[in-house]
Design a protein around this ligand. Structure first.
Ligand code: HEM
Ligand SMILES: *[C@@H]1O[C@H](CO)[C@@H](O)[C@H](O)[C@H]1NC(C)=O
Ligand SMILES: *[C@@H]1O[C@H](CO)[C@@H](O)[C@H](O)[C@H]1NC(C)=O
Ligand SMILES: *[C@@H]1O[C@H](CO)[C@@H](O)[C@H](O)[C@H]1NC(C)=O
Ligand SMILES: CC(=O)N[C@H]1CO[C@H](CO)[C@@H](O)[C@@H]1O
Length: 324
């Protein structure tokens, strides 16, 4: 009898724990790997540092990888999957410049050595993005963890979900709202363009053929148009241009100054001046000592929660480019 009661009590506890855990599955949490892989974060940081200290320009594509991951099927590591029979997200046109996959793979294999099959590729992406930004003088933030990896990656979904550099303010707001991100997040996260480079094709039409009559975009500073024309010839698909010239390797608030000067590179950057709220944010963030660093950290945490898989959903991939 006593033994039977104990077994019953034990079963009750097991059920209770399962139920409680289930209540938790929808959230990510800080220190998620504390027990299962206590060094996960430091291993990822060390690996990232190894690359960024030698090539600071890698920080930009690594930040962008996390953004692209989160906007397509949620932050589930799907951007890392290689195409199989059908084409994956990473083969979509907006991937033109996606790079840095080797850093994620290196971090993943270092973490796998310490604790096999425990840490998701989606979490590694979120950590590497944070570490990259903080290593080039940007803000740092704590990354809630516990994302699981998805098994699906579709080229068509990347095209349908990623914002285009040709979007106007209405389209940008809609695109972010569809991910649960508000107008402030749009203004704040666009500040990611304070680092990195772009191919001429993403803005060439503003220089040469804005309305199809060989004209330029009147919302861009004509002097800047002239400068950019020297770098980008019509139809140029290969040349890279610094998005925040002079400080494209440093995470600062200079992007906002550029936008106020009508020197934002994309139509989507310039569009931030077309809405009262985003415009107000651009002007306040352009001042040194603004709240941008703090705001960016907060919006990154929010973006990192978009559509995540948790609990028993998805899997922990063994290799980030392939489903198990
Ligand atoms: C608001 C909508 C956005 C649009 C339309 C957009 C569009 C683009 C485009 C067209 C490029 C250039 C790609 C190329 O031709 O090489 C680019 C680069 C970049 N974007 Fe965005 N982006 C947006 C939001 C974001 C967000 C939210 C982040 C991160 C928080 C981000 C981070 C970056 C970075 C770091 C680069 C430089 C990548 C590199 O140097 O390789 N972008 N973006
Ligand atoms: C994934 O595909 C890319 C090219 O699309 C290739 O360079 C890379 O080696 C592949 N990764 C693996 C692990 O096979
Ligand atoms: C934005 O673009 C959409 C689609 O092309 C168009 O319907 C809408 O009128 C545009 N909105 C503004 C404010 O320009
Ligand atoms: C400019 O755009 C128009 C309309 O789309 C097109 O017919 C023309 O060929 C373009 N010109 C150039 C130089 O690309
Ligand atoms: C880095 C990467 O995966 N680039 C791919 C982008 O998409 C083109 C096809 O559109 C592929 O050829 C590239 O390998």
């Amino acid at each position: 009898m006593v033994v039977g009661q104990r077994v019953f009590l034990f079963q009750l506890i097991v059920v209770a724990v399962l139920v409680l855990n289930h209540g938790n599955v929808h959230g990510l949490k800080l220190g998620y790997y504390q027990k299962t892989c206590p060094n996960a974060e430091s291993i990822v940081r060390k690996t990232t540092y190894g690359f960024i200290s030698r090539a600071p320009t890698l920080a930009a594509p690594l930040l962008r990888l996390h953004f692209h991951d989160c906007f397509v099927r949620g932050c589930d590591g799907s951007v890392l999957l290689n195409s199989t029979k059908s084409q994956a997200e990473r083969d979509a046109v907006p991937n033109l410049s996606l790079r840095g996959y080797h850093v994620i793979d290196a971090a993943k294999s270092a973490v796998e050595k310490a604790c096999p099959g425990v840490v998701s590729c989606a979490d590694i992406l979120a950590l590497v993005a944070r570490d990259s930004v903080s290593m080039i003088h940007g803000p740092s933030w704590e990354v809630p963890l516990g994302r699981r990896d998805g098994r699906i990656s579709r080229l068509s979904e990347a095209l349908a979900n990623l914002p285009s550099p040709f979007f106007n303010i209405t389209q940008l707001k809609q695109n972010f709202a569809a991910k649960g991100l508000n107008v402030k997040d749009l203004a704040v996260l666009s500040g990611g363009h304070t680092i990195g480079t772009s191919h001429c094709v993403a803005f060439g039409i503003r220089l040469y053929n804005f309305t199809g009559r060989g004209d330029t975009d009147p919302s861009m500073d004509p002097k800047y148009v002239a400068q950019l024309k020297k770098k980008c010839k019509p139809g140029d698909t290969t040349t890279l241009v610094e998005m925040d010239p002079g400080s494209f390797k440093t995470f600062d608030e200079a992007y906002y100054t550029l936008v106020t000067e009508r020197r934002g590179l994309f139509e989507s950057d310039a569009a931030l001046l077309k809405d009262a709220e985003t415009k107000a944010y651009v002007y306040q963030a352009s001042v040194h000592g603004s709240t941008f660093a703090k705001d960016f950290a907060a919006s990154m945490v929010k973006m990192g929660k978009v559509g995540v898989l948790t609990g028993n959903q998805g899997e922990i991939r063994k290799h980030c480019a392939f489903v198990n």
